[in-house]
Design a protein around this ligand. Structure first.
Ligand SMILES: [Zn+2]
Length: 287
C-alpha cells in the first residue's frame, strides 16, 4: 500500500464515520417540552403531541404516545418539577396516541371515555386499561387547578374527548381538529355528520388556544375553519353522489379550492373524498 492510498483510505473511513453519525442522528426521535400557558406544557414526540398540567400536588399527563416516549417524559417531569404524576387521561383509544400508558400507571389514576375502555380491551391496545371512565363530562381538581373532560359525541372514533384547561384558556383536541391542514388520509374510524357537530360544540366552549395532537397550535377560528372544511367536503360528496358520480369522478371533480393552501391538500383531498364517500354510501338510498 503506498502512502497516498493509505491517506485516501483513512479519509474515506472518516467520511463513513461522519455519514454514520448523521444517519443515526436523523433516526433519533424528536422530543421536546414547550410551555403553552400558565402551568400547561406541550410534549412533542416526533409528529405526535400531548399536554400535561403541573400543580402543587402533582401532575396530570395526557396521551403517553408510546412506551419510550412516556419513559422520556416521566424522567423529564421528575427532574424539572419533582412532583408525582397523579392522573393519566387518554384522548381516544387509537394506539398511536395512547400506547405506553403503563409507564405512568404506577402512580396515576388512568381516565378515559367509557367507549375507549371497551375498545382498549377489545383491540388489546398496548397500554394501561382505564381505572375510571365517564360518559358525558368529568372534572379533575388537583392542587387548586381544574381540567374539564368533555365528550362531544362521535367524530374521529366513538370515544374522543376534549380536555379544557380553563385557567390557561386552552383546549386539547386530538385528531378531529387540526390547524390549516386536511384531516388524515381516508378518515378511518370516523362518523359523519357527527364530526362536524362536535366541532360546532367546540366553537361554543370558552377558550383561546387550540392545542391539536399533530401540528402547530391554533385558535378557536382554526376550529371553525376545520368545521367549515368538513362541511364543504361532506356537502360536495353528497351532492356528487346524488348527481350519480362515481368515486373516481368525484376525485376528479371536487376541488374545494378555498383550502388549496392547507397542509396535505394535494395528497389527502382524494382520500378525504373517499372516506366521506364510504359513509355517504352507507347512509343514503338513491332513486
Ligand atoms: Zn386517532
Amino acid at each position: 500500500m503506498n502512502a497516498g492510498f493509505g491517506r485516501l483510505a483513512a479519509m474515506a473511513a472518516v467520511l463513513m464515520l461522519c455519514l454514520a453519525a448523521v444517519s443515526s442522528q436523523a433516526q433519533e426521535v424528536k422530543r421536546e417540552i414547550t410551555k403553552i400557558a400558565g402551568d400547561l406544557y406541550r410534549f412533542q414526540n416526533k409528529f405526535h403531541y400531548s399536554v400535561f398540567l403541573v400543580t402543587p400536588e402533582g401532575v396530570i399527563v395526557t396521551d403517553p404516545i408510546d412506551a419510550e416516549a412516556a419513559e422520556w417524559l416521566k424522567a423529564e417531569i421528575a427532574s424539572r418539577f419533582n412532583r408525582p404524576i397523579k392522573y393519566l387521561v387518554y384522548s381516544h383509544d387509537h394506539r398511536d396516541h395512547i400506547a405506553g400508558g403503563e409507564v405512568f400507571a404506577d402512580t396515576a389514576t388512568v381516565i378515559a371515555h367509557e367507549n375507549a375502555k371497551a375498545t382498549i380491551i377489545g383491540e388489546q391496545r398496548p397500554t394501561a386499561v382505564p381505572d375510571v371512565t365517564f360518559s358525558d363530562r368529568m372534572t379533575i381538581e388537583l392542587g387548586g387547578k381544574t381540567v374539564h373532560l368533555l365528550y362531544l359525541g362521535p367524530n374521529h372514533s366513538d370515544n374522543m374527548i376534549v380536555m379544557h384547561f380553563p385557567e390557561e384558556r386552552a383546549l386539547f383536541t386530538v385528531d378531529f381538529i387540526s390547524v390549516k391542514r386536511l384531516p388524515y388520509m381516508n378518515l378511518s374510524d370516523s362518523y359523519f355528520p357527527d364530526w362536524i357537530q362536535a366541532i360546532r360544540q367546540v366553537e361554543a366552549l370558552d377558550f383561546d388556544i387550540l392545542v391539536p395532537g399533530h401540528g402547530p397550535l391554533g385558535t378557536k377560528a382554526d376550529a371553525a375553519d376545520h368545521g367549515d372544511y368538513l362541511q364543504a367536503l361532506y356537502d360536495a360528496v353528497l351532492a356528487a353522489a346524488r348527481a350519480g358520480q362515481s368515486l373516481e369522478q368525484m376525485k376528479a371533480s371536487i376541488k374545494l379550492e378555498k383550502y388549496q393552501d392547507w397542509g396535505r391538500y394535494a395528497e389527502w383531498l382524494p382520500l378525504n373524498i373517499e372516506g366521506v364517500y364510504q359513509r355517504v354510501s352507507l347512509q343514503r338510498r338513491g332513486n
